[in-house]
Design a protein around this ligand. Structure first.
Ligand code: ATP
Ligand code: MG
Length: 366
């Protein structure tokens, strides 16, 4: 998958930028606060229903303007698509080849991109919510059916919570059954994804860290010990029944996939408690590589890789390992750094270099 051209207008601090990125490596360098991450965010948003930085649309529109616009030409599977995204405070509009798109599923897979940014390591240190958010986004990227069942689950959960709060509890059993049914689908799809990813993760961690530590990712949904949807449904139903008293007391569903967590381990110890900062970064980066690999398996083409602020992320050896690996793959990569010639550039050939200053972009050659 390749982004052949991209034009960004009135997006954050970018008033108007138009570039034709290189097929392989693209370096966007510039001082702090100049718009490097903004440009990665624009590229990411073109193919995704949500930003990796914010869920508040008005933030994306340049101060004093009404709308932001991003256009891009994407080459994939031998064909080209024109994607256009307009962001206004009221909402977002997407067009593919000039036709308005109304469902997220129509955009699915048109421009896949995996981001690795300094904020991502927060998912190791922070609470379960940030890991769930990661999981839900990552599953959806490769599984178009996930969004639908996830939304159904949220809708049913809201109904059930509403009933738990109200004095009249009639119908609660029906909603509990529905919740177990869709919850089982959510869990089944998550489990499938985590099994595939865990298998790839170990290999990528070794590639980056270059040492014999074992990285593991696992998902142990509360109350569930099986992997088949029908069995998960029964287990979930039991869990909800077991929790019903406390659910009624708290007026909310206190257990289920909306409360689950992901387990991240290095050498069988929790990464959060025992991993150094560098190990945590390498782990999350390996996770992103595994995700990329998974998307390549599913779509038959590698997604774009957006590496934000690489200068601060890894030590020289890990950087070298990463660049060597990326050089061996057919991937279009966008890297942002504060310096023009970091060590990582040495490992790459075919790198298009762009200077970012005050929301403007200057091409400086290959
Ligand atoms: P760093 O190296 O520190 O990560 P960066 O080059 O990645 O910096 P960005 O995060 O891309 O910087 O850009 C930050 C700039 O964009 C800030 O100066 C911020 O004020 C500006 N900015 C963010 N949103 C808007 C907006 N809606 N309108 C105008 N400017 C904005
Ligand atoms: Mg930045």
């Amino acid at each position: 998958m390749r982004l052949c051209s991209v034009a960004v207008a009135d997006f954050r601090n970018v008033s108007s930028v138009q570039i034709e990125p290189g097929e392989r490596f693209n370096l966007l360098y510039g001082l702090n606060g100049q718009g490097k991450t903004n440009l990665l965010e624009a590229i990411y948003l073109l193919g995704s229903p949500r930003s990796f930085r914010t869920s508040r649309l008005p933030e994306l529109v340049r101060h004093g303007e009404q709308r932001a616009q991003i256009r891009g030409t994407v080459a994939s599977g031998g064909i080209q698509n024109e994607l256009r995204l307009v962001v206004e405070s009221a909402g977002r509009k997407v067009e593919i080849d000039g036709k308005a798109v109304h469902k997220a599923s129509e955009l699915h897979g048109k421009l896949n991109a995996v981001v690795f940014s300094p904020d991502d390591t927060g998912m190791v240190r922070m609470g379960p919510e940030s890991r769930r958010r990661y999981l839900d986004r990552a599953v959806y990227m490769g599984d178009i059916g996930y969004l639908h069942c996830w939304h159904s689950y949220q809708r049913i959960l809201k109904q059930r919570n509403h009933l738990l709060k109200s004095p009249d509890k009639s119908g609660l059993d029906i909603w509990t059954e529905k919740l177990a049914e869709t919850g089982a689908e959510v869990i089944e799809r998550r489990l499938k994804f985590v099994t595939v990813l865990d298998d790839k993760l170990g290999r990528y961690y070794a590639t980056i860290a270059g040492i014999g530590e074992t990285a593991r990712l696992s998902y142990h949904p509360d109350g569930v010990k099986t992997a088949l949807r029908e069995h998960i449904r029964e287990e979930l139903l039991e869990l909800f029944k077991r929790q019903q008293r406390s659910d009624e007391r708290y007026g909310t569903t206190t257990a289920g996939p909306h409360r689950d967590d992901l387990t991240l381990e290095l050498d069988e110890r929790p990464l959060k408690a025992f991993g150094s900062q560098g190990q945590q970064k390498s782990f999350v980066l390996a996770l992103k590589m595994a995700e990329m690999d998974n998307l390549q398996d599913i779509f038959g083409e590698a997604p774009l890789l957006l590496l934000d602020d690489m200068s601060s992320e890894l030590d020289a050896r890990r950087n070298h390992n990463l660049m060597e690996f990326l050089s061996s793959r057919e991937i279009q990569v966008f890297i942002t750094t504060t310096e023009r010639s970091p060590a990582l550039l040495e490992a790459t050939q075919h790198c298009a270099v762009f200077h970012v200053e005050d929301g403007n972009l200057t091409f400086e050659g290959n």
